[in-house]
Design a protein around this ligand. Structure first.
Ligand code: DGJ
Length: 726
């Protein structure tokens, strides 16, 4: 049993193999007690929760003036009754009041894990999972809140979400609803977040938090390039392989917020959920609002330990595609090769060369439909451009099949160009506020997915496309953020629901389309990595990590992304030099080695390669195919960070622990420089590991304790070492 309720002490224990999360009651208050390494018993809330009477603090029980909500570590907090910190839930009632008082009513412990209505979430699969559902109620207004905690016993993770049910007679307005809240009785933590920009996604940022609020958020209608819905609190001495980490990741693709607030009593509140900025949700009688899921991970073996927990969980219990745990095709993609300028012959020639290099699939990117010869037109008009493809998609797919190549296709179904038949027919189908000037991104507008008829149009369009030819893969792009937020189909009082309704509409579309075409491999993309989140991964097991394929920048992007997301979820291609994004020239080998730490592909025209380079690529694909199981499904250890040193290093240990792959990326050469010592991890001390190349043998203890010595001798060079256990 991973969830236990101690009736006598009124304590809830949520145990996984190595962790415990404990909370209980102090009077009627649901108080947080512990989150950390496994702990089987505690004396009770009274003895464990630090509480004392603070001068001027507020209380709501005259007999217990020491129980001041503002100073207690709470499991759940509402506005208006003495806890003045950021509330978990904030509701406005029909009388205009915004005060709630939720009291415990009951709880149940369920085997397995219920799914979340309309939202992606982790699933139990073959893992042992139990779920605790706690019902709280505001008796005056007849509103219930259900707090869900699902414990993945063998994975050391807890998935949380909240549901608000209106059992009262009046419509209420939800002003905010966090998915999870944890109050720590102390402070002094550092916060790790993943921040960046377009083409510089998910750089690791670590900073101390002092008195005040640290917030990361998105108000863009997508999780965004700029901030990822991930926050981790670490101790000052926590490193990659030791120390405590408390992490939260939201399974959601829209506006989110995550905060870490240190208050005047030196306690820390961490929370995460839908961003309440420009949000509200009207809930009528008998309706239910479901928050997205927050996944919580505790690790006492550093940031790397945290990542390995997320990786296993997301591979096995989040990505629902049948491709999640399978080897996937190596792609050759037309985008950086040809942009909009191609025809069937040039595509077949590209595929032919790709095939000779070992690729399994041609991906036809943007430009195959309508009159799309640049980015100003045709989104929404998903009919084939017969000037470029005289035989349509099916002829191309058939010809590819004849050469034993699969066919992949790019789409951007959430968008519409003003220059399109769809826009002319349905000018009100885009997100906009009537009477206001529209704003553009890449000359396009965002379709209003809060409207069911728009979603159904997309489902039908995608169904037609997928039925029209033998298509094995879809790259689902989304190239602008949401502005002019409003829906002409929603009444005035529901306008602030638009952004969340858009995401629910998107999930409805993805749910329907991916379920109808289970064999198709779907890849998510948002102008590169602008929507790299667990919500998208639920439907699509891989995401184009960035439009920046420069080896040097990609090393950082993929390193940062790997803090949460498994390597097999990152799509990574080898592109030409000078790099189209930053002009940098890096060796072909480094570009291949970095792309190997993802779903491998090419983004250039092999016809432009020298014979030697062509041969190199061929071998690189063969190497990737040889090693991908270790990289994608083994354990990853980050040995050296490109954010901290001049060398980046990743180690992968195969699932059966018999093979090790080490990938080292030297950033800048250091003339007559020092040795960088890389100490390997996760090996058997007594075992002997043989380096394939040198045939030298090393004990596990030596590799872990003495390590391997590297020198940075050439700019942007890589070294790959493969060891086999004797
Ligand atoms: C943005 C994507 O990130 C690129 O890979 C490419 O598909 C373009 N869109 C096409 O417009």
């Amino acid at each position: 049993m991973s969830i236990v309720f101690d009736e006598k002490k009124k304590l809830f224990y949520l145990h996984s193999k190595r962790t415990s999360y404990i909370f209980g009651f102090l009077n009627e208050h649901l108080v947080h007690i512990y989150w950390g390494s496994r702990l089987d018993t505690v004396p009770g809330a009274d003895a464990c929760v630090p509480h004392c009477s603070r001068p001027q603090a507020l209380y709501n029980c005259p007999e217990r003036r020491d129980l001041q909500k503002d100073t207690l570590p709470l499991e759940f907090s509402t506005f208006g009754n003495t806890d003045l910190r950021n509330p978990t839930v904030h509701i406005q009632y029909a009388d205009g009041s915004t005060i709630s008082e939720f009291e415990y009513v009951s709880h149940e412990i369920l085997d397995g894990k219920p799914s979340l209505d309309g939202l992606p979430s982790t699933f139990a699969g073959d893992s042992g999972v139990q779920t605790l559902a706690i019902r709280l109620s505001d008796k005056i207004k007849g509103v219930d809140i259900l707090l869900y905690y699902s414990v993945f016993e063998d994975k050391d993770a807890i998935a949380r979400h909240a549901e608000i049910v209106n059992r009262g007679t009046e419509t209420i307005k939800i002003l905010s609803c966090m998915s999870a809240n944890v109050d720590f009785a102390d402070c002094g933590y550092e916060v790790i977040t993943l921040c960046g920009a377009v083409q510089r996604e998910r750089y690791v940022q670590r900073e101390a938090i002092n008195f005040g609020n640290k917030i990361i958020e998105s108000r863009r209608g997508a999780s965004g390039h700029q901030r990822n819905p991930f926050i981790a609190l670490v101790r000052k001495n926590t490193s990659e392989n030791s120390g405590e980490v408390y992490a939260m990741n939201l399974i959601y693709s829209g506006n989110f917020i995550a905060g870490a607030d240190v208050d005047c009593y030196s306690t820390t509140r961490v929370y995460m959920g839908i961003n309440s900025f420009d949000f509200s949700w009207r809930l009528c009688t008998d309706e239910k609002f479901v928050s997205p899921e927050a996944v919580m991970v505790y690790s006492d073996s550093g940031i790397g330990g945290m990542s390995r927990i997320f990786h296993r969980l997301y591979r096995e219990n989040l990505c629902r595609s049948k491709w999640a745990l399978s080897e996937r095709p190596v792609k050759i993609n037309s985008w950086e090769t040809a942009l909009f300028d191609f025809n069937e012959d040039t595509l077949l020639a590209l595929a032919q060369k790709g095939k000779r290099m070992g690729a399994d699939m041609l991906v036809l990117d943007d430009g195959w439909f309508g009159r799309r010869n640049d980015d100003t037109t045709s989104l929404g008009d998903w009919s084939v451009n017969y000037e470029k493809l005289p035989g349509g998609l099916s002829s191309l797919a058939d010809k590819l099949k004849a050469m034993d190549m699969k066919f992949g296709l790019w789409v951007e179904p959430e968008m519409v160009s003003e220059e399109s038949a769809l826009f002319k027919m349905h000018p009100d189908w885009c997100i906009h506020v009537p009477g206001r000037k529209k704003t553009y991104g890449r000359a396009q507008l965002v379709l209003d997915l809060s409207r069911r008829e728009v979603c159904d149009y997309i489902v039908n369009t995608m169904t037609e496309i997928l039925n029209s030819a033998d298509i094995s893969y879809i790259k689902w792009d989304m190239n602008r953020n949401m502005t002019d937020v409003g829906s002409s189909a929603l009444p005035a009082e529901r306008q602030r629901e638009t952004a969340h309704r858009y995401i629910l509409g998107l999930y409805y579309i993805l749910d329907t389309v991916t379920a109808a075409f289970p064999d198709v491999l779907f890849e998510s993309c948002a102008a590169g990595g602008g929507r790299f989140d667990g919500g998208m991964l639920y439907y699509m097991p891989q995401i184009w990590a960035s439009d920046n394929s420069d080896a040097c920048d990609r090393a950082k992007i993929q390193y940062g992304t790997s803090l949460v997301y498994p390597v097999c979820t990152m799509s990574a291609h080898v592109s030409r030099v000078p790099n189209v994004v930053n002009g940098r020239i890096t060796p072909l080998k480094s570009r291949c080695d970095i792309a190997m730490m993802g779903q491998f592909g090419f983004e250039f025209d092999p016809a432009k390669l020298s014979d030697e380079e062509f041969e190199y690529c061929k071998n690189a694909v063969a190497d990737f195919k040889k090693y991908r199981n270790i990289i994608h499904f083994g354990d990853m250890y980050r040995l050296s960070s490109p954010f901290e040193t001049n060398i980046a290093a990743w180690q992968f240990v195969s699932q059966d622990k018999n093979e090790i792959l080490l990938i080292v990326f030297n950033i800048m050469s250091e003339v007559n420089g020092p040795f960088h010592i890389l100490k390997l991890e996760g090996l058997e001390k007594q075992a002997i590991y043989r380096d394939d190349e040198s045939k030298l043998e090393f004990s596990g203890a030596l590799l872990m304790q003495m390590g391997i010595h590297f020198r940075n001798t050439a700019d942007f060079s890589t070294k790959v070492l493969h060891f086999t256990k004797d």
